[in-house]
Design a protein around this ligand. Structure first.
Ligand code: NAD
Ligand code: 6OD
Length: 489
Protein backbone atom coordinates (compact mmCIF):
# COMPACT_ATOMS: atom_id res chain seq x y z
CA UNK A 1 0.00 0.00 0.00
CA UNK A 2 1.39 3.43 -0.91
CA UNK A 3 1.78 6.09 1.76
CA UNK A 4 -0.25 9.21 1.20
CA UNK A 5 1.70 11.85 3.08
CA UNK A 6 -0.51 14.88 2.64
CA UNK A 7 -2.00 15.00 6.09
CA UNK A 8 -5.49 16.04 6.92
CA UNK A 9 -5.47 19.73 7.78
CA UNK A 10 -6.38 18.86 11.37
CA UNK A 11 -3.20 16.76 11.62
CA UNK A 12 -1.10 19.62 10.25
CA UNK A 13 -2.31 21.90 13.04
CA UNK A 14 -5.26 24.30 13.17
CA UNK A 15 -6.34 25.56 9.78
CA UNK A 16 -6.31 29.35 9.93
CA UNK A 17 -8.70 31.42 7.87
CA UNK A 18 -6.53 32.45 4.95
CA UNK A 19 -6.35 36.14 4.12
CA UNK A 20 -4.93 36.97 0.70
CA UNK A 21 -4.25 40.57 -0.30
CA UNK A 22 -2.65 42.49 -3.12
CA UNK A 23 0.35 44.61 -2.17
CA UNK A 24 0.81 47.68 -4.35
CA UNK A 25 2.72 50.89 -3.64
CA UNK A 26 3.45 49.61 -0.12
CA UNK A 27 -0.23 49.07 0.72
CA UNK A 28 -2.16 45.83 1.30
CA UNK A 29 -5.69 45.69 -0.11
CA UNK A 30 -8.30 43.31 -1.52
CA UNK A 31 -9.69 45.18 -4.54
CA UNK A 32 -11.46 42.93 -7.05
CA UNK A 33 -13.89 40.02 -7.20
CA UNK A 34 -12.96 37.26 -4.73
CA UNK A 35 -12.60 33.62 -5.79
CA UNK A 36 -12.22 30.58 -3.51
CA UNK A 37 -8.91 29.14 -2.33
CA UNK A 38 -9.08 25.37 -1.96
CA UNK A 39 -6.99 22.90 0.06
CA UNK A 40 -6.18 20.00 -2.34
CA UNK A 41 -5.92 17.50 0.51
CA UNK A 42 -9.68 17.47 1.09
CA UNK A 43 -11.09 19.90 -1.48
CA UNK A 44 -12.42 22.31 1.13
CA UNK A 45 -12.47 26.07 0.62
CA UNK A 46 -10.08 27.72 3.06
CA UNK A 47 -10.12 31.34 1.97
CA UNK A 48 -10.84 33.92 -0.69
CA UNK A 49 -8.46 35.47 -3.19
CA UNK A 50 -9.13 38.84 -4.82
CA UNK A 51 -8.84 38.91 -8.63
CA UNK A 52 -6.77 41.92 -9.71
CA UNK A 53 -8.68 43.90 -12.29
CA UNK A 54 -7.15 46.28 -14.83
CA UNK A 55 -7.03 49.16 -12.33
CA UNK A 56 -5.15 47.09 -9.71
CA UNK A 57 -2.61 45.78 -12.22
CA UNK A 58 -2.17 49.28 -13.59
CA UNK A 59 -1.65 50.70 -10.08
CA UNK A 60 0.95 48.02 -9.36
CA UNK A 61 2.89 48.72 -12.57
CA UNK A 62 2.73 52.48 -11.98
CA UNK A 63 3.96 52.04 -8.41
CA UNK A 64 6.84 49.92 -9.68
CA UNK A 65 7.71 52.54 -12.32
CA UNK A 66 7.67 55.40 -9.79
CA UNK A 67 9.77 53.41 -7.34
CA UNK A 68 12.57 53.19 -9.92
CA UNK A 69 13.29 56.87 -9.39
CA UNK A 70 12.57 56.90 -5.63
CA UNK A 71 14.88 55.95 -2.75
CA UNK A 72 15.54 52.57 -4.42
CA UNK A 73 17.62 54.36 -7.08
CA UNK A 74 20.15 55.33 -4.43
CA UNK A 75 20.59 51.73 -3.20
CA UNK A 76 23.97 50.47 -4.41
CA UNK A 77 24.72 46.76 -4.89
CA UNK A 78 25.83 46.39 -1.27
CA UNK A 79 22.63 48.06 0.02
CA UNK A 80 20.51 45.78 -2.14
CA UNK A 81 22.48 42.78 -0.97
CA UNK A 82 21.86 43.75 2.67
CA UNK A 83 18.12 44.17 2.13
CA UNK A 84 17.86 40.81 0.33
CA UNK A 85 19.58 39.14 3.27
CA UNK A 86 17.04 40.81 5.56
CA UNK A 87 14.24 39.34 3.41
CA UNK A 88 15.86 35.89 3.82
CA UNK A 89 16.09 36.50 7.59
CA UNK A 90 12.41 37.50 7.59
CA UNK A 91 11.34 34.25 5.90
CA UNK A 92 13.54 32.29 8.29
CA UNK A 93 11.93 34.00 11.29
CA UNK A 94 8.48 32.91 10.07
CA UNK A 95 9.61 29.54 8.71
CA UNK A 96 6.77 27.45 10.15
CA UNK A 97 4.13 29.91 8.90
CA UNK A 98 5.59 29.66 5.39
CA UNK A 99 5.65 25.85 5.58
CA UNK A 100 2.03 25.70 6.76
CA UNK A 101 0.88 28.10 4.03
CA UNK A 102 2.69 26.15 1.29
CA UNK A 103 1.20 22.85 2.54
CA UNK A 104 -2.31 24.28 2.74
CA UNK A 105 -2.18 25.66 -0.82
CA UNK A 106 -0.51 22.67 -2.47
CA UNK A 107 -1.32 19.74 -0.17
CA UNK A 108 2.32 18.69 -0.33
CA UNK A 109 3.79 16.71 2.57
CA UNK A 110 5.18 18.92 5.34
CA UNK A 111 8.62 17.28 5.04
CA UNK A 112 8.87 18.43 1.43
CA UNK A 113 7.89 22.04 2.10
CA UNK A 114 10.19 22.17 5.14
CA UNK A 115 13.17 20.59 3.39
CA UNK A 116 12.87 22.01 -0.13
CA UNK A 117 10.35 24.77 -0.84
CA UNK A 118 10.91 27.18 2.04
CA UNK A 119 14.67 26.62 2.50
CA UNK A 120 15.13 27.25 -1.23
CA UNK A 121 13.06 30.43 -0.97
CA UNK A 122 15.53 31.61 1.66
CA UNK A 123 18.55 30.36 -0.30
CA UNK A 124 17.40 32.17 -3.45
CA UNK A 125 17.57 35.53 -1.66
CA UNK A 126 20.91 34.75 -0.02
CA UNK A 127 22.48 33.42 -3.24
CA UNK A 128 21.59 36.47 -5.34
CA UNK A 129 22.41 38.88 -2.52
CA UNK A 130 25.94 37.47 -2.40
CA UNK A 131 26.41 36.96 -6.11
CA UNK A 132 25.28 40.42 -7.18
CA UNK A 133 27.43 42.08 -4.50
CA UNK A 134 30.53 40.13 -5.50
CA UNK A 135 29.87 40.77 -9.18
CA UNK A 136 29.68 44.50 -8.64
CA UNK A 137 33.13 44.36 -7.04
CA UNK A 138 34.55 42.43 -9.97
CA UNK A 139 33.04 44.69 -12.59
CA UNK A 140 35.59 47.44 -11.93
CA UNK A 141 37.64 45.97 -14.75
CA UNK A 142 37.62 47.89 -18.02
CA UNK A 143 37.65 46.67 -21.57
CA UNK A 144 40.06 48.52 -23.87
CA UNK A 145 39.88 46.56 -27.11
CA UNK A 146 41.67 49.06 -29.36
CA UNK A 147 44.49 49.66 -26.88
CA UNK A 148 45.05 53.08 -28.44
CA UNK A 149 43.66 55.63 -26.09
CA UNK A 150 40.05 54.79 -25.39
CA UNK A 151 38.74 53.81 -21.99
CA UNK A 152 35.78 51.47 -22.19
CA UNK A 153 33.76 50.38 -19.24
CA UNK A 154 30.50 48.53 -18.74
CA UNK A 155 27.62 49.75 -16.64
CA UNK A 156 24.98 47.16 -15.66
CA UNK A 157 21.68 49.00 -15.48
CA UNK A 158 18.38 47.57 -14.23
CA UNK A 159 15.83 46.81 -16.95
CA UNK A 160 13.08 48.66 -15.08
CA UNK A 161 9.73 47.12 -14.15
CA UNK A 162 9.85 43.31 -14.18
CA UNK A 163 6.69 41.17 -14.29
CA UNK A 164 7.17 37.82 -12.52
CA UNK A 165 4.52 35.17 -13.20
CA UNK A 166 4.84 31.87 -11.35
CA UNK A 167 3.14 28.43 -11.27
CA UNK A 168 1.62 26.40 -8.43
CA UNK A 169 3.97 23.47 -8.01
CA UNK A 170 6.81 25.11 -6.05
CA UNK A 171 5.17 28.44 -5.30
CA UNK A 172 7.68 30.26 -3.10
CA UNK A 173 10.73 28.59 -4.63
CA UNK A 174 9.89 29.57 -8.19
CA UNK A 175 8.61 33.07 -7.39
CA UNK A 176 11.72 34.00 -5.39
CA UNK A 177 13.99 32.38 -7.98
CA UNK A 178 13.07 35.38 -10.18
CA UNK A 179 12.19 38.09 -7.64
CA UNK A 180 15.57 37.82 -5.87
CA UNK A 181 17.84 38.37 -8.91
CA UNK A 182 15.47 41.02 -10.32
CA UNK A 183 15.75 43.05 -7.10
CA UNK A 184 19.46 42.30 -6.75
CA UNK A 185 20.07 44.09 -10.06
CA UNK A 186 18.04 47.14 -9.00
CA UNK A 187 14.78 46.46 -10.84
CA UNK A 188 11.33 46.84 -9.36
CA UNK A 189 8.89 43.93 -9.50
CA UNK A 190 5.22 43.17 -9.97
CA UNK A 191 4.71 39.53 -9.07
CA UNK A 192 1.72 37.31 -9.78
CA UNK A 193 1.67 33.87 -8.17
CA UNK A 194 -0.62 31.12 -9.39
CA UNK A 195 -4.28 31.60 -8.53
CA UNK A 196 -4.09 28.18 -6.83
CA UNK A 197 -1.20 29.02 -4.49
CA UNK A 198 -1.14 32.67 -3.39
CA UNK A 199 -0.42 32.22 0.33
CA UNK A 200 3.38 32.21 0.55
CA UNK A 201 3.47 35.21 -1.81
CA UNK A 202 1.19 37.03 0.64
CA UNK A 203 3.62 36.19 3.46
CA UNK A 204 6.54 37.28 1.29
CA UNK A 205 4.88 40.68 0.74
CA UNK A 206 4.51 41.01 4.51
CA UNK A 207 8.23 40.27 4.91
CA UNK A 208 9.14 42.82 2.20
CA UNK A 209 7.03 45.36 4.08
CA UNK A 210 8.58 44.46 7.44
CA UNK A 211 12.17 44.84 6.20
CA UNK A 212 11.41 48.32 4.94
CA UNK A 213 11.80 47.85 1.21
CA UNK A 214 10.78 51.22 -0.29
CA UNK A 215 7.14 51.32 -1.37
CA UNK A 216 6.57 50.15 -4.94
CA UNK A 217 9.82 48.16 -5.24
CA UNK A 218 7.96 44.88 -4.72
CA UNK A 219 4.31 44.65 -5.69
CA UNK A 220 2.03 41.65 -5.62
CA UNK A 221 -1.18 41.09 -7.56
CA UNK A 222 -3.36 37.99 -7.43
CA UNK A 223 -5.65 36.36 -9.92
CA UNK A 224 -6.02 33.97 -12.82
CA UNK A 225 -3.95 33.87 -15.99
CA UNK A 226 -5.65 34.01 -19.38
CA UNK A 227 -8.00 36.99 -19.86
CA UNK A 228 -7.32 37.91 -16.24
CA UNK A 229 -4.66 39.33 -13.92
CA UNK A 230 -1.81 37.38 -15.57
CA UNK A 231 -2.61 38.54 -19.10
CA UNK A 232 -3.24 42.09 -17.85
CA UNK A 233 0.20 42.15 -16.28
CA UNK A 234 2.22 40.55 -19.08
CA UNK A 235 0.44 42.65 -21.71
CA UNK A 236 0.85 45.90 -19.77
CA UNK A 237 2.78 48.53 -21.73
CA UNK A 238 4.57 49.65 -18.56
CA UNK A 239 6.33 46.31 -18.10
CA UNK A 240 9.98 46.24 -19.25
CA UNK A 241 10.68 42.50 -18.91
CA UNK A 242 8.76 39.30 -18.23
CA UNK A 243 10.07 36.35 -16.24
CA UNK A 244 7.65 33.45 -16.50
CA UNK A 245 7.53 29.85 -15.34
CA UNK A 246 4.66 27.65 -16.42
CA UNK A 247 3.23 25.69 -19.31
CA UNK A 248 4.73 25.98 -22.80
CA UNK A 249 1.27 26.87 -24.12
CA UNK A 250 1.07 29.80 -21.67
CA UNK A 251 4.57 30.86 -22.70
CA UNK A 252 3.36 31.12 -26.31
CA UNK A 253 0.41 33.31 -25.27
CA UNK A 254 2.66 35.58 -23.22
CA UNK A 255 5.18 35.85 -26.05
CA UNK A 256 2.43 37.01 -28.40
CA UNK A 257 1.46 39.69 -25.90
CA UNK A 258 5.10 40.67 -25.36
CA UNK A 259 5.78 40.97 -29.09
CA UNK A 260 3.85 44.22 -29.41
CA UNK A 261 6.30 46.02 -27.13
CA UNK A 262 9.31 43.79 -27.89
CA UNK A 263 9.40 43.07 -24.16
CA UNK A 264 12.28 40.71 -23.29
CA UNK A 265 11.19 37.36 -21.89
CA UNK A 266 12.80 34.64 -19.80
CA UNK A 267 10.76 31.43 -19.97
CA UNK A 268 11.01 28.24 -17.93
CA UNK A 269 8.40 25.95 -19.49
CA UNK A 270 7.18 22.37 -19.58
CA UNK A 271 9.08 19.12 -19.89
CA UNK A 272 8.69 15.44 -20.72
CA UNK A 273 11.93 14.40 -19.16
CA UNK A 274 13.62 11.11 -19.97
CA UNK A 275 15.70 8.84 -17.77
CA UNK A 276 18.14 6.38 -19.33
CA UNK A 277 19.19 3.34 -17.31
CA UNK A 278 22.11 1.35 -18.69
CA UNK A 279 22.65 -2.28 -17.68
CA UNK A 280 25.98 -1.29 -16.09
CA UNK A 281 24.26 1.05 -13.61
CA UNK A 282 23.94 0.40 -9.88
CA UNK A 283 20.35 -0.78 -10.25
CA UNK A 284 19.35 -0.19 -6.65
CA UNK A 285 20.46 3.44 -6.91
CA UNK A 286 18.82 3.82 -10.32
CA UNK A 287 15.50 2.58 -8.93
CA UNK A 288 15.70 4.77 -5.81
CA UNK A 289 16.73 7.75 -7.94
CA UNK A 290 13.91 7.20 -10.41
CA UNK A 291 11.34 6.88 -7.62
CA UNK A 292 12.53 10.30 -6.44
CA UNK A 293 12.76 11.82 -9.93
CA UNK A 294 9.32 10.58 -10.98
CA UNK A 295 7.29 10.99 -7.80
CA UNK A 296 8.69 13.94 -5.84
CA UNK A 297 5.85 16.39 -5.22
CA UNK A 298 3.53 13.81 -6.84
CA UNK A 299 5.36 14.29 -10.12
CA UNK A 300 4.52 17.97 -10.16
CA UNK A 301 8.05 19.24 -10.75
CA UNK A 302 9.02 20.38 -14.22
CA UNK A 303 12.21 18.29 -13.85
CA UNK A 304 10.39 15.05 -13.03
CA UNK A 305 11.11 11.96 -15.11
CA UNK A 306 8.01 10.85 -17.04
CA UNK A 307 9.73 8.41 -19.45
CA UNK A 308 12.40 5.87 -18.53
CA UNK A 309 14.35 3.89 -21.11
CA UNK A 310 16.03 0.80 -19.66
CA UNK A 311 18.63 -1.39 -21.37
CA UNK A 312 16.86 -4.63 -22.21
CA UNK A 313 18.85 -7.10 -20.04
CA UNK A 314 17.76 -5.25 -16.87
CA UNK A 315 14.39 -3.96 -18.07
CA UNK A 316 12.21 -6.43 -16.17
CA UNK A 317 14.25 -6.32 -12.96
CA UNK A 318 14.24 -2.49 -12.98
CA UNK A 319 10.53 -2.20 -13.79
CA UNK A 320 9.46 -4.69 -11.13
CA UNK A 321 11.54 -2.88 -8.49
CA UNK A 322 10.22 0.51 -9.60
CA UNK A 323 6.60 -0.71 -9.45
CA UNK A 324 7.20 -2.20 -6.00
CA UNK A 325 8.81 1.04 -4.80
CA UNK A 326 5.93 3.11 -6.19
CA UNK A 327 3.61 1.26 -3.83
CA UNK A 328 5.33 2.75 -0.79
CA UNK A 329 6.56 6.13 -1.96
CA UNK A 330 5.14 9.06 0.07
CA UNK A 331 2.85 11.30 -1.95
CA UNK A 332 0.42 14.18 -1.70
CA UNK A 333 -2.61 15.21 -3.75
CA UNK A 334 -2.51 16.98 -7.09
CA UNK A 335 -2.96 20.73 -7.20
CA UNK A 336 -6.60 20.98 -8.27
CA UNK A 337 -9.64 18.97 -9.33
CA UNK A 338 -9.03 20.10 -12.91
CA UNK A 339 -5.44 18.83 -12.84
CA UNK A 340 -6.48 15.53 -11.22
CA UNK A 341 -9.03 15.06 -14.01
CA UNK A 342 -6.39 15.78 -16.65
CA UNK A 343 -4.02 13.19 -15.15
CA UNK A 344 -6.89 10.69 -14.78
CA UNK A 345 -7.64 11.16 -18.50
CA UNK A 346 -4.08 10.10 -19.40
CA UNK A 347 -4.34 7.12 -17.04
CA UNK A 348 -7.58 5.91 -18.61
CA UNK A 349 -6.01 6.03 -22.10
CA UNK A 350 -2.83 4.36 -20.84
CA UNK A 351 -4.74 1.56 -19.09
CA UNK A 352 -6.63 0.86 -22.31
CA UNK A 353 -3.51 0.78 -24.50
CA UNK A 354 -0.75 -0.52 -22.21
CA UNK A 355 -0.05 -2.14 -18.86
CA UNK A 356 -0.44 -0.54 -15.43
CA UNK A 357 2.32 -1.98 -13.22
CA UNK A 358 1.51 0.15 -10.16
CA UNK A 359 -1.10 2.72 -9.15
CA UNK A 360 -3.24 3.95 -12.01
CA UNK A 361 -6.13 5.27 -9.94
CA UNK A 362 -7.11 7.40 -6.96
CA UNK A 363 -6.83 6.02 -3.43
CA UNK A 364 -9.90 5.60 -1.25
CA UNK A 365 -9.31 6.79 2.32
CA UNK A 366 -12.72 6.65 3.91
CA UNK A 367 -12.14 10.08 5.42
CA UNK A 368 -12.20 13.76 4.39
CA UNK A 369 -9.33 13.19 1.97
CA UNK A 370 -11.76 11.50 -0.40
CA UNK A 371 -12.83 15.06 -1.26
CA UNK A 372 -9.24 15.87 -2.30
CA UNK A 373 -7.38 15.47 -5.59
CA UNK A 374 -5.35 12.30 -5.13
CA UNK A 375 -3.75 9.99 -7.69
CA UNK A 376 -1.55 7.05 -6.70
CA UNK A 377 2.04 6.87 -7.98
CA UNK A 378 1.76 5.04 -11.28
CA UNK A 379 4.16 2.94 -13.34
CA UNK A 380 3.17 2.11 -16.94
CA UNK A 381 4.70 -0.10 -19.62
CA UNK A 382 3.85 -1.26 -23.12
CA UNK A 383 2.78 2.03 -24.70
CA UNK A 384 3.99 3.13 -28.14
CA UNK A 385 6.27 6.17 -28.26
CA UNK A 386 3.59 8.28 -29.96
CA UNK A 387 1.02 7.59 -27.24
CA UNK A 388 -0.19 10.79 -25.50
CA UNK A 389 0.94 9.42 -22.11
CA UNK A 390 4.49 8.99 -23.47
CA UNK A 391 4.69 12.12 -25.59
CA UNK A 392 2.75 14.82 -23.73
CA UNK A 393 3.61 16.40 -20.38
CA UNK A 394 1.33 14.85 -17.71
CA UNK A 395 2.83 16.68 -14.71
CA UNK A 396 1.61 14.05 -12.29
CA UNK A 397 2.86 10.89 -10.54
CA UNK A 398 3.05 8.86 -13.74
CA UNK A 399 6.06 7.27 -15.40
CA UNK A 400 6.29 5.03 -18.47
CA UNK A 401 9.12 2.49 -18.75
CA UNK A 402 10.32 1.07 -22.08
CA UNK A 403 13.31 -1.09 -23.12
CA UNK A 404 16.17 -0.15 -25.49
CA UNK A 405 19.00 -2.13 -27.08
CA UNK A 406 21.76 0.31 -28.00
CA UNK A 407 23.23 3.55 -26.71
CA UNK A 408 22.35 5.18 -30.03
CA UNK A 409 18.72 4.14 -29.68
CA UNK A 410 18.54 5.39 -26.07
CA UNK A 411 19.80 8.84 -27.10
CA UNK A 412 17.35 9.00 -30.01
CA UNK A 413 14.41 7.98 -27.80
CA UNK A 414 15.32 10.50 -25.11
CA UNK A 415 15.69 13.28 -27.68
CA UNK A 416 12.37 12.61 -29.39
CA UNK A 417 9.45 14.92 -28.77
CA UNK A 418 8.89 18.65 -28.46
CA UNK A 419 10.45 19.25 -25.01
CA UNK A 420 14.04 19.52 -23.81
CA UNK A 421 14.30 20.43 -20.16
CA UNK A 422 16.14 17.76 -18.17
CA UNK A 423 17.37 14.16 -18.38
CA UNK A 424 18.92 11.62 -16.06
CA UNK A 425 21.50 9.00 -17.05
CA UNK A 426 22.22 6.01 -14.81
CA UNK A 427 25.46 4.22 -15.63
CA UNK A 428 28.55 2.78 -13.98
CA UNK A 429 30.71 3.64 -16.99
CA UNK A 430 32.25 7.09 -16.70
CA UNK A 431 33.20 7.28 -20.38
CA UNK A 432 29.66 6.44 -21.36
CA UNK A 433 28.34 9.12 -19.01
CA UNK A 434 30.50 11.80 -20.64
CA UNK A 435 29.68 10.49 -24.11
CA UNK A 436 25.91 10.35 -23.66
CA UNK A 437 25.10 13.38 -21.47
CA UNK A 438 26.25 16.07 -23.95
CA UNK A 439 24.29 14.39 -26.76
CA UNK A 440 20.99 14.89 -24.97
CA UNK A 441 18.88 17.80 -26.24
CA UNK A 442 18.18 19.25 -22.82
CA UNK A 443 19.24 22.16 -20.63
CA UNK A 444 20.22 19.94 -17.69
CA UNK A 445 21.54 16.36 -17.69
CA UNK A 446 22.06 14.62 -14.36
CA UNK A 447 24.31 11.55 -14.17
CA UNK A 448 23.58 9.07 -11.36
CA UNK A 449 21.55 11.68 -9.51
CA UNK A 450 18.54 13.94 -9.97
CA UNK A 451 17.79 17.56 -9.10
CA UNK A 452 21.15 18.12 -7.47
CA UNK A 453 21.26 21.91 -7.66
CA UNK A 454 24.02 24.47 -7.46
CA UNK A 455 22.27 27.80 -7.81
CA UNK A 456 25.15 29.25 -9.85
CA UNK A 457 24.71 26.81 -12.74
CA UNK A 458 22.66 27.57 -15.87
CA UNK A 459 19.07 26.41 -15.46
CA UNK A 460 16.56 26.17 -18.30
CA UNK A 461 15.35 24.21 -21.27
CA UNK A 462 15.72 23.89 -25.03
CA UNK A 463 12.97 23.43 -27.66
CA UNK A 464 9.50 23.91 -26.11
CA UNK A 465 10.96 23.86 -22.59
CA UNK A 466 12.06 27.45 -22.42
CA UNK A 467 13.88 30.52 -23.60
CA UNK A 468 17.01 31.71 -21.85
CA UNK A 469 18.80 30.52 -18.75
CA UNK A 470 18.32 31.34 -15.10
CA UNK A 471 20.73 30.70 -12.24
CA UNK A 472 23.80 32.57 -11.05
CA UNK A 473 25.15 35.12 -13.52
CA UNK A 474 22.63 34.02 -16.14
CA UNK A 475 19.81 35.52 -14.09
CA UNK A 476 21.82 38.63 -13.26
CA UNK A 477 22.49 39.07 -17.00
CA UNK A 478 18.82 38.71 -17.92
CA UNK A 479 17.71 41.21 -15.29
CA UNK A 480 20.19 43.90 -16.34
CA UNK A 481 21.18 45.87 -19.41
CA UNK A 482 24.94 46.04 -19.97
CA UNK A 483 25.88 49.46 -21.34
CA UNK A 484 29.20 50.37 -22.85
CA UNK A 485 30.71 53.78 -22.05
CA UNK A 486 33.67 54.70 -24.31
CA UNK A 487 35.84 57.67 -23.33
CA UNK A 488 38.42 59.00 -25.80
CA UNK A 489 41.60 59.85 -23.95
P1 NAD B 1 0.36 27.74 -16.20
O1 NAD B 1 1.12 28.10 -17.42
O2 NAD B 1 -1.04 27.32 -16.32
O3 NAD B 1 0.34 28.97 -15.17
C1 NAD B 1 1.53 29.57 -14.73
C2 NAD B 1 1.23 31.01 -14.35
O4 NAD B 1 0.86 31.73 -15.52
C3 NAD B 1 0.06 31.18 -13.37
O5 NAD B 1 0.37 32.23 -12.49
C4 NAD B 1 -1.10 31.54 -14.28
O6 NAD B 1 -2.09 32.28 -13.64
C5 NAD B 1 -0.38 32.38 -15.34
N1 NAD B 1 -1.04 32.43 -16.64
C6 NAD B 1 -1.79 31.48 -17.24
N2 NAD B 1 -2.20 31.89 -18.45
C7 NAD B 1 -1.69 33.13 -18.63
C8 NAD B 1 -1.75 34.07 -19.70
N3 NAD B 1 -2.40 33.81 -20.83
N4 NAD B 1 -1.08 35.24 -19.55
C9 NAD B 1 -0.39 35.51 -18.43
N5 NAD B 1 -0.31 34.66 -17.38
C10 NAD B 1 -0.93 33.46 -17.49
O7 NAD B 1 1.25 26.65 -15.45
P2 NAD B 1 0.88 25.86 -14.13
O8 NAD B 1 -0.19 24.90 -14.47
O9 NAD B 1 0.70 26.83 -13.03
O10 NAD B 1 2.25 25.07 -13.85
C11 NAD B 1 2.56 23.83 -14.41
C12 NAD B 1 3.40 24.00 -15.65
O11 NAD B 1 4.56 24.77 -15.35
C13 NAD B 1 3.92 22.71 -16.21
O12 NAD B 1 3.85 22.75 -17.61
C14 NAD B 1 5.38 22.70 -15.78
O13 NAD B 1 6.24 21.92 -16.56
C15 NAD B 1 5.72 24.14 -15.86
N6 NAD B 1 6.86 24.44 -15.01
C16 NAD B 1 8.08 24.66 -15.60
C17 NAD B 1 9.19 24.91 -14.80
C18 NAD B 1 10.56 25.14 -15.38
O14 NAD B 1 11.45 25.59 -14.66
N7 NAD B 1 10.80 24.84 -16.66
C19 NAD B 1 9.05 24.98 -13.42
C20 NAD B 1 7.79 24.74 -12.86
C21 NAD B 1 6.70 24.48 -13.67
O1 6OD C 1 15.71 24.41 -8.84
C1 6OD C 1 15.40 25.40 -9.50
O2 6OD C 1 16.08 26.43 -9.50
C2 6OD C 1 14.19 25.39 -10.30
N1 6OD C 1 13.97 26.49 -11.03
C3 6OD C 1 13.36 24.33 -10.29
C4 6OD C 1 12.22 24.22 -11.08
C5 6OD C 1 11.39 23.19 -10.89
C6 6OD C 1 10.20 23.03 -11.65
O3 6OD C 1 9.17 22.60 -11.24
Amino acid sequence: MSSPAGQLPEARGARKAVRIRHYTAGRFHTDGEPFPLVDPVDGRTVGQVPEAGAATVDAAVRAAREALSGPWASYGPADRSRVLHRVADGIEARFEEFVAAECSDTGKPRELAASVDIPRGIANFRAYADLSASRSEQSWHTETPDGRGALNYTVHKPLGVVAVVAPWNLPLLLLTWKVAPALAMGNTVVAKPSELTPSTAELLAEVMDEVGLPAGVFNLVHGHGADAAGARLTGHPGVDAIAFTGESRTGRAIMHAAADQLTPVSFELGGKNAGIVFADADLEKAVAGTLRSSFTNSGQVCLCTERVYVERPVFEEFTAALAKGAESVPYGPLASAEHRDKVAGYLAKAAADGTVRAGGDSPVFGDARDGGFWVRPTVLTGLPEDHPAVREEIFGPVVHVAPFDTEEEAVALANAGPYGLAATVWTGDLSRAHRVAPRLDVGIAWVNTWNLRDLRTPFGGVKASGIGREGGHHSLDFFSEPMNVCVKI
